[in-house]
Design a protein. Structure first.
Length: 159
């Protein structure tokens, strides 16, 4: 675990958080969030903790690829920024799908990229959901819960 919050990769956990903000019990799920903006990472970490998720951040696609290479089963959900500094999100999504087909992939984009909604579900961009910024907490939680349910369903079918 990295302790320096200015470093690009940091891990935050929901240790001790047994209930979400509405009091419902939740099982912590691991999320890899690929986000280049340090301010956004600092804002997202406590929010995901409060929702009962463990989050690990990568500042770019190559760092995300290195993190997942260490343990392909460490994460169930990957959220990626559409504007990464090293690879575009399409390349990262294809890499992630080739590494593990059952990951739930969510793409974050700016409000000006609403045109991406149809494109996200096409074969050339294998993402499960599109999140439009600024992120609405209720919509973010719903997207993560839907992804969590999908990941649990895939795990159950695999067993």
């Amino acid at each position: 675990m990295h302790t320096d919050s200015d470093r690009p990769a940091c891990t935050s956990t929901a240790a001790g958080h047994e209930r979400n903000h509405i009091g419902a019990p939740v099982a912590a799920r691991a999320v890899l969030w690929v986000e280049r903006d340090t301010f956004a990472r600092r804002a997202i970490a406590p929010l995901l903790q409060q929702l009962g998720f463990k989050v690990t951040f990568a500042a770019d696609a190559f760092q995300a690829m290195n993190i997942v290479a260490e343990d392909l089963r460490a994460f169930d959900i990957v959220v990626m920024d559409s504007d990464l500094p090293d690879l575009d999100a399409v390349e990262l999504a294809h890499y992630l799908r080739s590494a593990r087909a059952d990951w739930r992939l969510l793409l974050c984009c700016g409000a000006d990229a609403e045109w991406m909604r149809d494109w996200v579900h096409e074969a050339e961009f294998p993402c499960d959901q599109l999140l439009v910024r600024p992120l609405d907490v209720t919509k973010l939680e719903a997207a993560l819960r839907q992804a969590q349910a999908g990941a649990a369903g895939v795990s159950a079918r695999r067993a």
